[in-house]
Design a protein around this ligand. Structure first.
Ligand SMILES: [Zn+2]
Length: 626
């Protein structure tokens, strides 16, 4: 019993001592002031300062948080290096002085977060609250933080993106501007990258590299190549930024660091220097090609610029003139290119001996899985073929919206098929047939044409007028029959031995610039599916050149389809010709020669309407048929 009383007394004494010491502290906020001041500045505060602050704390006119902020803002504190500043302040909360914490705070300060953030970190800790409670003072809070301190991890991201894309660190002011109330990882990144004066000067591959590094994303070579590839297509740099920011990779980075990402939305109409642009909401790519906006048919050119009101496009190709000249052709091509800039590309395949251009009108995407060539007027006097294929081309372009063939819309047809229209393979010859000798500029060529004239008409008595003779010209300006110049059936010896208005094969296969232009195109494209060669006249289709097996059947299907469309005669007899379509089949290309009109060429313009009606659907048919 005695012992028990003694034990109780001992316990009571210990408890009393404990309470006394606590009571002594709680009534002494001055100890708190002295301790914080010593930690922050290295010195004991002056008595006056300590006394006046004690009064304020006791009267609850100041909080512990405010004391800490005030002291750590004094020059003696602010002049310390970051690491010492952090280390000293952390001794206030001994539970949190792990090296990891120091390192994290240090890296925050080095990347643009303010020292106030460190104070706030301490003020918000449990140990600071209990320290204040122990001294009987209110802990309070640190007050308003700067934007850059609101989310340290977001600020770190902003600083890294800024450094990578600007080659310098962002200032506190810049960070505060960037990191407003609504800032997310996506919006901040977009803001920094789009306003960087450096990013747009980088090459495509450096641009992608820089973004990937700035956003700390793990991307394989293939993915990088993919993004660089998109840039070489019609994707804007911002679209690539958008794709990377919206990616899973960046999302997991943000989740890991507790940052809100949000999605980057850049789709919609944009007013650019060049005009109105539309950016796809989903892909972020510039919209090109043809689409309906608010019921209006319109289209964007290759730069994503809105070009025209579709309904106002006028018909271009001349269908009235008796002579469809090379100059008219050039003018029509130029106007079509202006009217349909995103759908029609004008390529040149080379120049002729007398300096005229062989054009290639391209519709559809490069590297399409299917390629179709339509070639016209290798024979000079058959120039109505040029007028026809120009009308076919324009008709397809003009009806791009509404046109259908056999259940497929024109826009669908073009998805995987590229058209190459060579409207006038033999422009020198066309000039000779239409305008005679004067149309040829090179005097040597003129001399040779005169030699041909005399050679073909040796007897003065029967000699036709020069212009009458030249009107029936078929060859090119050098007297080579282009449709006999191909490298096929060269063993056939029945052809002429020297330059003539027709039927001379040339010294060698593909000796002529015009033939080389066509052959070069076929070889460079590599995967031509179909080739059509337009001639006049006869309203018939040639296709059988000794093909075998499945390929023969495919060629026959092509010819039969053309027969159904045109109602022309279908040649089933084998024709071991030497022409372009014969050569094409020898290369494994489905091919046919279509002879338009009736009677002698040049055909009169009065036949054009029927020819046009007969052949209107040939282009969509070629794109549709496989
Ligand atoms: Zn012909």
């Amino acid at each position: 019993m005695k012992h028990r009383i003694r034990d109780i007394l001992i316990v009571a004494f210990i408890m009393l001592c404990h309470f006394t010491s606590m009571a002594a502290d709680s009534k002494n906020p001055k100890l708190f002031i002295k301790r914080i001041h010593k930690i922050a500045t290295g010195d004991i505060p002056s008595r006056t300062l300590a006394d006046s602050l004690t009064r304020l704390l006791t009267a609850k006119q100041k909080t512990g948080a405010e004391i800490l902020c005030d002291f750590s803002n004094l020059p003696q504190s602010n002049s310390k290096p970051d690491s010492q500043y952090i280390g000293d302040l952390l001794t206030i909360i001994p539970d949190h002085i792990e090296q990891k914490e120091r390192d994290k705070l240090l890296s925050y300060l080095e990347n643009g977060i303010s020292r106030k953030y460190v104070c706030n970190y301490i003020i918000n800790s449990e140990s600071f609250h209990s320290l204040c409670a122990k001294h009987g003072i209110e802990s309070g809070n640190a007050g308003v933080l700067e934007n850059r301190d609101r989310n340290a991890e977001l600020t770190m991201l902003a600083q890294r993106v800024f450094s990578f894309t600007n080659n310098r660190k962002a200032s506190a002011e810049e960070l505060n501007l960037l990191l407003d109330d609504n800032a997310t990882a996506a919006s901040v990144t977009d803001n920094i990258v789009c306003n960087s004066p450096i990013m747009n000067t980088l090459s495509d591959s450096l641009y992608v590299e820089c973004l990937v590094s700035a956003l700390a994303i793990n991307l394989g070579c293939r993915e990088r190549e993919h993004y660089i590839g998109l840039l070489s297509q019609n994707y804007t740099r911002r679209a690539i930024l958008r794709l990377i920011v919206n990616s899973e990779d960046f999302d997991s980075y943000c989740k890991e660091h507790g940052i809100e990402r949000s999605q980057l939305h850049i789709g919609g109409w944009k007013n650019t220097e060049d005009g109105l642009t539309f950016i796809d909401h989903i892909s972020g790519a510039k919209v090109t090609g043809y689409f309906s906006a608010d019921g209006e048919m319109c289209y964007f050119d290759e730069n994503g610029i809105l070009r025209t009101n579709w309904n106002k496009v006028e018909w271009v190709t001349d269908t009235i003139s008796e002579l469809y000249t090379y100059d008219k052709l050039c003018a029509d091509i130029e106007r079509l290119a202006e009217q349909y800039p995103s759908l029609l590309t004008i390529d040149t395949l080379g120049a002729t001996a007398d300096g005229r251009i062989v054009f290639d009108l391209v519709i559809g995407k490069d590297k399409s899985s299917r390629q179709v060539i339509v070639q016209a007027t290798s024979h000079a006097r058959e120039y109505m073929c040029s007028q026809l294929v120009m009308c076919q081309t324009e008709h397809f372009l003009q009806n791009f919206w509404s046109g259908t063939f056999d259940g497929a819309s024109y826009s669908e047809l073009i998805e995987d098929c590229q058209l190459h229209i060579i409207p006038m393979l033999n422009p020198d010859g066309v000039c000779i047939s239409q305008f005679g000798l004067d149309s040829i500029r090179d005097p040597h060529i003129r001399d040779n044409i005169m030699k041909i004239y005399y050679a073909e008409n040796p007897k003065v008595r029967n000699r036709p007028e020069l212009n009458t003779f030249l009107r029936m010209w078929k060859s090119n300006a050098l007297g080579v029959d282009l449709n006999r110049n191909f490298d096929v059936n060269r063993h056939i010896k029945t052809f002429l031995k020297s330059p003539r208005s027709a039927n001379y094969r040339g010294a060698n296969a593909h000796s002529e610039l015009e033939t080389q232009a066509l052959v070069g195109l076929v070889e460079s494209l590599g995967n031509i599916e179909t080739l059509i060669s337009y001639h006049s006249a006869g309203e018939e289709i040639f296709w059988a050149y000794g093909q075998k097996g499945v390929f023969r059947q495919q060629c026959q299907n092509l010819a039969e389809g053309l027969k159904d469309i045109t109602n022309y005669k279908y040649h089933s007899e084998e024709d071991f010709g030497t022409g372009c379509s014969n050569w094409a089949t020898s290369k494994g290309i489905k091919a046919a020669t279509i002879e338009i009109g009736l009677g002698t060429s040049p055909l009169p313009i009065s036949q054009f309407q029927k020819i046009w009606n007969d052949n209107k659907d040939v282009l969509p048919f070629l794109m549709k048929s496989r």
